[in-house]
Design a protein around this ligand. Structure first.
Ligand code: GLY
Length: 377
């Protein structure tokens, strides 16, 4: 179903080649570090335990797979070695081991057969499985060091960590990991997804009884709002869950949440930070939600047998990517990042309308999919 390079218009080829150039020059500049947001043109560097620490490694592997440039692989290997530290230290580790170890250790193992990388991936998967709350049938998101009193919290983003469990089950020929992923995804269907096909950021459960307490706004406007990146995580996460399990409920959720997202986009195809934001705050955009959704729609389109339906998601992915290319991409040497105007958390005024590493990751991932490649997870 996926269309590939021979159909690609010039802007895709240009975006692809310029993105690869940027990754090459950024590698020379920042090497094995953990960029998160790009401020005054330069990426900052977070601690290896921060949830975004896998995305630069992922960009390096995406580019290495395209170019076979050894310098990219070497940096990605050094990043992976540093990522072993928080995994062994354990106390600050959280559910985002999927975001951290899928685009680093797991993809290294899949591309090179590195046995140590396989071990790292399986340890990370075991951590994620160990966060499962049996009473509530959900994976606990954060540790108290990330957010105090979050013992009963599950967040929509976690759908994107589930591919680590699906991978571990296949790798070990042991369905336990998959059972946990499916139980969590079923809980998200029941407790997060609303009748209008939107989702909150956080659901709080009683960690003893497992009963739902309430929705929480988190990085969105409020408990009843529709945080743009949360919708993006849901679209892509349910598409992958459908791909891995064949469960039609996940496909239905991915399609309908995508339907809401697409029908509420502004003209330039990049969402406001929250779809229910007040007009006065509509200057706040989130290019990362656009990029993630575009890559998720390409995944979703591949699952659909009906050609018209598949084409709908493919064309919408393309429209979003072109919107990003036309108005939000900066391929100059003036800034380290590719995409402008991502937003980490508007409610606490943290990194608003700035380039963010995962925006670049999903943008490049979508471009390589258009060139006929798979995503990394
Ligand atoms: N996973 C946190 C975020 O999307 O900002």
């Amino acid at each position: 179903m996926a269309k590939t390079t021979q159909h690609n218009p010039d802007w895709i080829n240009h975006a692809y080649s310029e993105s690869l150039k940027k990754i090459h020059s950024l590698n020379k500049k920042i090497g094995a570090s953990f960029p998160h947001v790009c401020l005054d043109g330069h990426y900052n560097c977070e601690d290896a335990s921060f949830w975004t620490s896998g995305f630069w490694g992922g960009l390096l592997w995406l580019a290495y797979r395209e170019t076979k440039e050894e310098a990219l692989r070497e940096t990605a290997e050094r990043i992976e070695q540093q990522l072993n530290v928080p995994l062994q230290q354990f106390y600050n580790i959280h559910h985002d081991v999927g975001f951290m170890y899928l685009p680093t250790a797991v993809i290294n193992y899949r591309l090179t057969g590195n046995a140590e990388s396989r071990r790292t991936g399986l340890i990370a998967a075991s951590h994620l499985a160990g966060r499962f709350n049996l009473s509530g049938q959900f994976i606990r998101a954060w540790t108290d060091s990330v957010d105090p009193n979050s013992t009963g919290w599950a967040i929509i983003d976690c759908l994107m960590n589930l591919p680590l469990l699906f991978w571990a089950s296949k790798e070990e020929k042991d369905p336990r990991f998959k059972h946990i992923a499916v139980a969590h995804a079923d809980t998200v269907l029941r407790q997060f997804v609303r009748e209008d096909w939107t989702v909150p950021h956080i659901v709080s459960f009683d960690p003893e009884t497992g009963g739902k307490i309430e929705n929480l706004g988190g990085q969105g406007l409020g408990p009843d709002s529709s945080w743009a990146r949360g919708q993006a995580w849901a679209i892509y996460g349910f598409a992958i869950a459908a791909r891995e399990t064949g469960k039609p409920e996940y496909l239905t959720a991915a399609k309908n949440i995508a339907g809401y997202f697409l029908s509420h986009l502004p003209e330039d195809k990049v969402p406001y930070w929250d779809f229910r934001t007040a007009d006065k705050d509509k200057f706040v955009r989130d290019s990362t939600a656009a990029a993630c959704t575009a890559s998720g729609l390409l995944e979703l389109g591949k699952l659909l047998e009906d050609e018209t339906e598949a084409a709908f998601y493919y064309e919408n992915a393309l429209a979003i990517l072109q919107g990003l290319y036309d108005n939000y991409a900066d391929f100059s040497d003036g800034q380290d990042a590719i995409l402008t105007k991502g937003t980490v958390s508007y409610p606490v005024n943290r990194h608003v309308n700035v380039p963010i590493i995962y925006g670049d990751y999903y943008f490049v991932e979508a471009l390589v999919k258009l060139k006929g490649q798979q995503g990394l997870f």
